[in-house]
Design a protein around this ligand. Structure first.
Ligand code: ADP
Length: 317
């Protein structure tokens, strides 16, 4: 059993009748660093809410390390640490108390909780602030406190909902390093993000959701390969049968006057036109074929471009 999270046919309809999740299947392996990527309103927080039992699902099944969350609620909850989007701790409580009390909810005695909290606070650079009230922390420190609190019962799966939203780039990088470290030590991590750069830098596998549905679930590497190519549809002047092999290109025949060609990023259209004429094929017209994955990405890219200057390969679309 290698699954940290299995979701089957997950559905959520909110009380007002809005269908936020429309039947999603998803699997995250133990030890993975997994991104749930999608534009605002895609349904990411709803999925996280359901996994962490904060939101009641309307249908489907969720298993955490093989345990059905409906049947093994308490044990499944022990396995998960959740870092929410919003600060939801008592800002008048001292940092160390927030952690120790949280550990108490999971049945960890205070002495052991102090030991665990000390270790985590050191690692997250918050040890010196342990006696101060949470309200005295900077924004970046408050985010780290959320992470510390989610880890205090030593969960096997850490789920972060937009962990670096609104966090400046330096703090974001430090958080990334920390997450990579605990992932290397064995904690499975799932994060939601609409920062392409974040998913690209951290995650090995990725699911892309939009409008409550799953658009893609693949490895980061495969996704990048897919995005770094364009698909064109060519309408030919004269029918061809059979279709000649166009050296170096992936070609699919749609009918005897229509072909689809995949253009890798390193090729340009002029080269392709050259190959067409080499084979005596005359083009009547052509169009760029976009699919739902690309459309979602274009929306993500324009959104990110407005927010900041990202420089990851995903943004070269
Ligand atoms: P994301 O986290 O990807 O931004 P959410 O899961 O927060 O998306 O929201 C998915 C959709 O569900 C959005 O259209 C949102 O407006 C809607 N939604 C979220 N919470 C509620 C709610 N309590 N009642 C009705 N609709 C909701």
């Amino acid at each position: 059993m290698n699954s940290a999270l299995t979701i089957r046919n997950l559905r959520k309809t909110y009380k007002n009748g809005f269908q936020a999740i429309k039947g999603i299947d998803l699997e995250v392996q133990k030890g993975d660093f997994f991104a749930l990527l999608g534009p605002n309103g895609a349904g990411k927080s709803t999925i996280i809410g359901i996994i962490s039992s904060l939101i009641r699902k309307s249908g489907g099944e969720v298993f955490i390390f093989g345990l059905d969350i409906d049947q093994h609620f308490t044990q499944a909850k022990q396995y998960i640490g959740v870092v929410p989007q919003e600060f939801n701790f008592n800002v008048f409580e001292p940092v160390i108390e927030i952690l120790v009390n949280q550990a108490g909810y999971f049945g960890i005695d205070r002495r052991r909780a102090f030991d665990i909290a000390e270790d985590i606070l050191h690692r997250l650079g918050l040890w010196k602030k342990r006696r101060g009230m949470a309200r005295e922390l900077s924004g970046g420190m408050k985010r780290r406190l959320l992470i510390a609190r989610a880890l205090v019962h030593q969960p096997r799966l850490l789920i972060l909902d937009e962990p670096t939203a609104g966090v400046d780039i330096e703090i974001r990088r430090t958080m990334w390093e920390f997450l990579q470290m605990i992932n290397a030590e064995g904690t499975t991590i799932i994060l939601t993000t609409h920062y392409l750069e974040e998913a690209e830098n951290l995650c090995r596998n990725i699911a892309i959701i939009d409008d409550g549905g799953l658009i893609e679930n693949t490895s980061m590497r495969h996704l990048l390969d897919q995005l770094h190519r364009e698909i064109f549809i060519f309408y030919l002047k004269y029918p061809v049968a059979p279709l000649p092999e166009l050296a170096g290109y992936e070609v699919r025949r749609i009918d005897d006057k229509t072909v689809e060609v995949v253009l890798p990023q390193e090729h340009n259209l002029n080269d392709l036109f050259g190959v067409f004429s080499q084979y005596g094929l005359q083009i009547a017209s052509m169009k760029n074929k976009t699919n739902r994955l690309e459309e979602t990405f274009l929306r993500l890219v324009s959104k990110n471009a407005k927010q900041e200057n990202n420089a990851g390969p995903l943004n070269r679309l």
